[in-house]
Design a protein around this ligand. Structure first.
Ligand SMILES: Nc1ncnc2c1ncn2[C@@H]1O[C@H](COP(=O)(O)OP(=O)(O)O)[C@@H](O)[C@H]1O
Ligand SMILES: [Mg+2]
Length: 488
């Protein structure tokens, strides 16, 4: 299928989000759409997928103008878009999820539908058991399921908008392999991203959007500096890691052994310095989470020692870790971090109450107002935590972490956030490092690890590496280590 957009315009008030954009994509091709945050990528894709109406311009399939005024119509014409958050129902089976995704008014017999699914699964090498529950799937598997859904419903063009946010390096490799396989089946792929490396890895050709306009089109491979120049109009100097202002050890781990569900770690010696940022790299479930929780006093130490200055924290309750200024921010915001049914104000009362067991409501209101302003949280004192968007929940969690903390333990702190919020988050974290806080964070994003860490520990299959200086690594080397290559 050949798909084209011609002279697309779309404005939101004064913002000209798409300004006369035209493009063509052939069958069997992977087209990249690259551009910084706010460039107009999502808007353009939503127009193509029938989720937004263009002010002017047309969509053509095989040179015929088609009307795509709803997602159903688009899918009918063979255009499917992978949603950024899976829209599936976790408590339903895989079959029911796929079956429900049918276009309204079309009742295909379940048996026929089952056969179609089997065929598509076979062509992709998928092995989903249709009676399994969607809630038990990983993020990567849900994404595969979403692709399966689009294909079962006849998609010839699949649009993916920043699909690698929130999945592990391994899942990303699987996704890329799958997309390449789809092109061999004659499907077209549009891959939207702000990451140069991903375009280079996957696409044959990319267009670049900037402030709503198409500013370039290049064949891949192509030098990064050329693309950066197009995206930003200048050569960007990436933010350098904070200088570690002193070499005063803040936390001292000696021969620390912890127990994960599947393994016992090797003994780890590590001194975390004041103001230092340590990144934890590894595939999901390689022990990073347990390590963070052990440092927070939430998991028992099997052997060795955790010391903070003169204080030996080994074996103490998490309360004593708080006393020592050590705080943990979990990845699952609404499950471990925030409390459903509690307002923002109540969250701050909980985290900022003094030890005197006295709740000062007036003080709490002032604090909450200050935090909302300081952390740019879109919400009110009396908003419930679950009413906030994901990005704002993350801001709230960060705001709740006490100032002057000694050590912050962060699990995937920017997962699911857009670039702007990610940068904002790291600005805030850097400020804290300048004030002497140290940070240990886990992330599945190699760029993020390399950009913000002073040192990196790699986790692989129960083993923890000695710390690497970030300068010793690049994404290729780090990727290999995460995959188990290059270990001594
Ligand atoms: N629904 C909307 N209402 C108002 N402005 C919007 C809306 N959607 C997008 N915009 C604006 O349009 C511009 C392009 O946004 P978007 O297409 O999401 O960019 P990208 O996906 O490249 O980050 C931005 O300035 C954004 O703020
Ligand atoms: Mg976008």
């Amino acid at each position: 299928m050949k798909t084209a957009l011609q002279h697309i315009h779309k404005s939101f008030g004064k913002v000209h989000a798409n300004d006369d954009i035209s493009l063509v994509i052939e069958s069997g091709e992977i087209l990249g759409i690259l551009g910084e945050n706010g460039a107009g990528k999502t808007t353009l894709m939503k127009i193509l997928a029938g989720l937004l109406h263009a002010d002017a311009g047309s969509v053509l399939i095989n040179d015929q103008v088609v009307q795509v005024t709803s997602a159903d119509e688009a899918l009918n014409s063979g255009i499917g878009m992978l949603s950024q958050d899976p829209l599936d129902f976790p408590t339903m089976t895989i079959f029911d999820n796929l079956y429900l995704g049918q276009q309204k008014g079309l009742f295909i017999k379940k048996a026929t539908f089952r056969n179609t699914i089997t065929e598509v699964q076979k062509s992709l090498g998928f092995h989903f058991n249709l009676s399994d529950y969607v809630g038990d799937l990983s993020m990567g598997e849900r994404q595969q399921l979403e692709i399966l859904r689009l294909l079962v419903h006849g998609s010839e063009l699949i649009i993916l908008d920043e699909p690698t946010t929130g999945i592990s390096a391994q899942q990303k490799t699987q996704l890329f392999d799958l997309l390449k396989q789809l092109t061999r089946l004659g499907k077209s792929i549009i891959f939207v991203t702000h990451k140069l490396a991903e375009v280079n890895e996957l696409c044959q050709r990319t267009i670049v959007l900037k402030q709503g306009r198409l500013v370039g089109e290049v064949s891949i491979p192509c030098g990064s500096s050329e693309l950066i120049q197009m995206m930003f109009g200048k050569n960007l100097v990436f933010q350098i890691n904070t200088d570690v202002s002193s070499t005063v050890p803040q936390i001292d781990l000696r021969e620390l052994v912890f127990k994960d569900a599947r393994f016992l770690s090797n003994p780890l010696d590590l001194q975390i310095y004041r103001g230092e940022i340590i990144g934890l790299a590894g595939m999901e479930g390689s022990g990073q989470k347990t390590f963070l929780r052990t440092l927070a006093g939430l998991e028992k130490v099997v052997a060795g020692k955790i010391a903070c200055g003169e204080d030996d924290l080994t074996g103490k309750l998490s309360h004593w870790f708080h006393q020592a200024g050590i705080y943990f921010m979990p990845a699952t915001r609404m499950e471990e971090g925030l409390v459903q049914g509690m307002t923002l104000k109540e969250h701050f009362i909980l985290t900022h109450q003094s030890d005197r067991f006295k709740l000062d409501f007036a003080q709490a209101e002032t604090t909450t107002q200050e935090k909302i302003a300081d952390y740019a949280i879109r919400g009110f004192q009396d908003s419930f935590a679950e009413e906030l968007s994901g990005g704002n929940q993350q801001r709230l969690l960060l705001a709740m972490l006490k100032e002057n903390a000694r050590l912050l333990l962060l699990e995937n702190p920017t997962r699911g956030l857009d670039i702007e919020s990610t940068n904002w988050m790291w600005d805030k974290l850097h400020q804290r490092c300048q004030d002497g806080t140290s940070i240990v964070f886990a992330s599945a994003d190699l760029d993020e690890l390399l950009r913000f860490s002073n040192r990196i520990l790699v986790f692989f299959s129960g083993k923890i590496s000695t710390p690497y200086q970030t300068q010793e690594l690049d994404s290729e080397k780090l990727g290999a280590l995460i995959g188990g290559e290059g270990w001594q």
